[in-house]
Write a protein that binds this ligand. Structure first.
Ligand code: FAD
Length: 586
């Protein structure tokens, strides 16, 4: 080792007395140049302080909770001499040939060298869903040499293959079937739809194929090396990939874990019976069952119910909690519930399925709850009771990666895990499990690895149920605002007063916006009605821009569109509405 140097807080801009929220190294740790030593967090940003050079940590001068400013000592480093560097190169190979026990649980993991694995990656991305492929592509665009590991032959993960995209393709079909049927009351009749299930399935698969094929092309163009197989960490710098052609080892400087989530299986259900399906099975469109029980009244269950109802199945929905679509305000769910309440055979909330018996003539289902229905038999049962993260399936312990008891990997706002060179993104790091959250987190992880000062600080991640009507919301719900005692003004615009909505034969929609009582700025918003999922994007932009009711009301919205309902809801708050009577001032 060379001489001792004291590592100090560098110039961190206009920040004084910033809190140390994480200490990523400990005395005795060997660190490479640029290894993160501590994380600081102010009310505006969090940042990692990297080591100015390689060496061994001799002693620490800070602990979590300390407030630091430019020039304060962080730690003393025994700087690595050139001689040591040579020795360390040898040691790296020795360690990797044997135990991983010398690696510390937090930080300090030195970059592997090219000789450690069959392949070396500057950035290794595990999982090629929307999180993984976005991270891989962004890292490659920022000049990194990237290896993307995916267990399935097609890229795109759950979202493209068995989630967002196929479900929305089928929901579009369902929407057309329903819209055509609704035309009868306007004097235009089309007759019963003739459904060719094979062609419908083929069309859906073609949509998926176009997108996943496009991803493979984009990976190639960016020189991202795709390795197919199941990956498990071998250490904090190496991953073993079991593929069809045997096992390969990939060493890496940085890794991004993007392994997503899987379906939750509830007890008492004969999963080996082909009539029991999950969302993936439902999207396969094996048949159109005469009767379908959907277990789970969340977004995925209700979207699948929408598809099968339009195709002609008799639908029953059973939900464990007190209301459909938990997490959304009741006034936004009510219009949907009214529509499907008339259409479906039954919707049972506060009800538990206690058992399913596979019988020759169908699946006999037993229920429990205050208003539970009697035991009934269904042709198929769709289990949509939630998803759980895959953090428990990556060999996390080998990399000393912290995974909580539910399988989530904990990360900071730079998507960094407890191991300084390993990042995690997407469903595996927490709720909401949504593709657009995964892609934004992915870019942050890739940018931080490339040395940018990026953080994930989105003010809201919008949620959308592509049911009929659609339900969308962003920011805190009204229920959450009430629970937190935050005072707000609310503007509600019923779509029954929207010319465009009436022209579409729809009048059940509602748009509402909540504004902070003190600052006047938008806090949260939600809408229910056709295309609500497209409309919510404007609310998110308004939130990010700190808009108030006047900003929104004075923004000229095209007429006649559903987008006007957002401006009208704002005008309900500032009293400038003319399409309805303004609410009386209290
Ligand atoms: P995933 O998409 O789950 O990708 C993870 C990838 O990692 C997978 O390809 C998996 O094979 C791979 N993998 C896992 N472990 C390993 C391993 N050890 N080795 C190698 N590879 C591994 N979200 C929306 O935003 N909008 C929607 O409309 C929407 N609709 C949905 C509909 C359905 C039916 C479902 C099921 C989900 C839907 N979602 C939707 C959720 C969305 O699909 C997920 O939030 C999103 O796919 C998460 O992305 P991810 O990259 O974190 O993980």
């Amino acid at each position: 080792m060379g001489k001792n140097i004291q590592v100090k807080i560098p110039d961190i801009g206009d920040f004084e007395g910033v809190e140390v929220i994480e200490v990523l190294v400990a005395p005795g740790d060997e660190v490479a140049a640029e290894t993160s030593l501590i994380t600081l967090e102010s009310d505006k940003a969090s940042m990692e302080i990297p080591s100015p050079q390689a060496g061994r940590v001799a002693s620490m001068d800070v602990k979590v909770g300390d407030k630091v400013s430019e020039g304060d000592a962080i730690l003393t480093l025994e700087a690595t001499s050139d001689e040591d560097k040579d020795k360390q190169g040898d040691k790296t190979r020795d360690e990797d040939g044997g135990a991983s026990s010398k690696e510390k649980p937090t930080g300090g993991s030195k970059p592997a060298t090219a000789g450690d694995g069959d392949i070396h990656a500057e950035v290794l991305v595990l999982g090629a869903g929307p999180g993984g492929y976005t991270a891989a592509f962004r890292a490659a665009d920022l000049g990194k040499q990237v290896v993307l590991v995916e267990r399935y032959p097609d890229l795109g993960g759950v979202c493209l293959n068995v989630g967002c995209i196929p479900s929305k393709a089928l929901l579009h079909t369902a929407g057309i079937i329903d819209a055509a049927a609704a035309m009868a009351s306007h004097g235009v009749s089309f007759g019963q739809p003739q459904i060719d299930l094979d062609r419908l399935r083929g069309w859906k698969d073609k949509v998926v194929g176009k997108l996943t094929g496009g991803l493979a092309q984009l990976a190639k163009q960016r020189k991202v090396k795709v390795v197919q197989g199941m990956g498990r960490f071998d250490s904090a710098n190496r991953l073993k990939v079991a593929g069809e052609d045997g096992e390969r080892t990939i060493s890496f400087d940085h890794a991004i874990v993007a392994v997503g989530s899987r379906v939750v299986q509830i007890p008492g259900i004969p999963y080996d019976d082909p009539r029991v399906i999950d969302s993936t099975g439902a999207l396969e469109l094996a048949d159109i069952p005469d009767s379908l029980l959907v277990i789970g009244g969340g977004i995925i269950g209700l979207e699948m119910a929408t598809v099968y109802a339009a195709l002609g199945s008799r639908i029953t929905v059973v939900e464990l909690t007190k209301g459909l679509m938990p997490g959304c305000d009741r006034d936004l769910v009510r219009p949907l519930q009214k529509v499907i309440g008339k259409r479906y055979e039954g919707i049972y909330t506060d009800t538990r399925v206690t058992g399913v018996e596979a019988q020759k003539k169908g699946l006999k289902v037993h229920f429990e709850g205050p208003k539970a229905p009697a035991t009934a038999t269904f042709d198929r049962v769709l289990v949509a009771a939630g998803r759980r993260p895959n953090g428990d399936r990556v060999g996390a312990e080998q990399a000393h990666l912290y995974v909580d008891e539910r399988g989530f990997i904990k990360v900071d706002r730079q998507m960094r895990t407890n191991v300084s060179n390993i990042f995690a993104i997407g469903d595996v790091v927490g709720q909401p499990m949504l593709a657009h959250k995964a892609t934004h987190e992915a870019k942050v992880a890739a940018e931080v690895i490339a040395g940018h000062r990026a953080v994930f600080d989105a003010r809201a991640v919008p949620s959308v149920a592509y049911t009929d009507p659609e339900v969308a919301w962003m920011g805190p719900t009204e229920e959450e605002l009430k629970a937190e005692g935050i005072e707000y003004d609310k503007g509600v615009f019923p779509w029954a007063a929207s010319g465009r909505s009436l022209g579409m034969g729809r009048d059940e929609g509602v748009t509402k916006i909540m504004f902070d009582k003190e600052s006047g700025r938008i806090l949260g918003a939600g809408m229910v009605g056709p295309h609500a999922g497209d409309l919510v994007a404007e609310a998110v932009l308004a939130l990010e821009m700190g808009a108030d009711a006047q900003d929104i009301g004075l923004t000229v919205h095209p007429h006649p569109t559903l987008s006007e309902t957002f401006a009208f809801a704002a005008e309900m708050v500032d009293g400038s509405i003319t399409d309805l009577l303004p609410p009386k001032k209290r």
